[in-house]
Design a protein around this ligand. Structure first.
Ligand code: SAM
Length: 233
């Protein structure tokens, strides 16, 4: 709750995200970092094909959503962006942290296709940074001539993060993954999902992704995938 209640607005989700990321650990920290992270937004039944007429003419869409799995964790005035190694605090409004007053998220995603299946609207995008089940609050087209500012100052966020090298150990290579899932897993781990500045080479990390439980260790700048097995649920 905010200290001062000024105004309250009731918003309702318009749809829900299906994502290969079924837990928060391992989700890319921004959209488009892992192209293979394909998501589908299914609109609620009340939103017909008319609501998306013309959308497929755009290459990118803005997706506004609720960080629903952070709501119970509350918010902070200052947060520690992973970009600063978790060592320095920044004002919440200077960051993309999920721990913000209204827990609202915003991702710019490449639009792959809009599909109508039995009257239900499905919007497919690549490069998602969203948890499975994320409630979507709004969708808008991206308009490059007003919104693209490639030379703008970007505060403490300088360029794309450094990637880890990823090595598949023999056991992990033999678990029967198709090439696309393998690339999704590999590209997600290459983002270095560890909490900022955690350096525990002996620690085995587990990540749930695309229906697989994947285990890996990180030593220096290399991730070693040790095994993967289908998720039980
Ligand atoms: N691009 C968005 C933005 O700027 O608002 C999200 C950036 S935020 C730093 C991305 C992280 O939010 C992901 O790495 C994941 O840990 C977390 N996340 C994604 N979907 C979430 C959800 N529905 N609830 C809580 N956390 C979520």
């Amino acid at each position: 709750m905010f200290r001062k209640a000024i105004m309250q607005h009731l918003v309702q989700s318009i749809g829900t995200v299906s994502s290969p990321y079924t837990q928060k650990f391992g989700i890319p920290r921004q959209p488009q970092l892992v192209a293979q992270a394909r998501i589908c937004i299914t609109l609620n039944a009340e939103f017909s094909a008319d609501c998306v007429r013309g959308l497929d003419g755009f290459e990118y869409i803005w997706v506004q959503f609720l960080f629903h799995d952070a709501v119970q964790e509350g918010w902070s005035e200052m947060v520690r962006p992973p970009r600063l190694g978790g060592k320095k605090k920044m004002g919440v409004f200077a960051t993309r942290s999920p721990h913000r007053p209204n827990h609202l998220g915003l991702s710019l995603l490449p639009l792959e296709r809009v599909e109508i299946v039995n009257g239900q609207v499905r919007i497919w995008c690549s490069g998602g940074d969203l948890l499975d089940g994320t409630p979507v609050l709004d969708i808008k087209p991206y308009i490059p001539f007003v919104e693209a500012k490639p030379d703008a100052r970007a505060g403490f966020v300088q360029g794309a993060p450094e990637l880890l090298k990823v090595v598949w150990q023999a056991a992990a290579q033999q678990c029967g993954l198709d090439a696309e899932t393998q690339l999704l897993i590999e590209s997600s781990i290459a983002q270095d999902p560890r909490p900022a500045y955690q350096n525990l080479p002996e620690r085995v990390y587990g990540m749930e992704i695309a229906g697989w439980n994947v285990h890996f260790r990180i030593v220096d700048k290399t991730a070693y995938i040790e095994g993967c097995a289908p998720c039980k649920s």
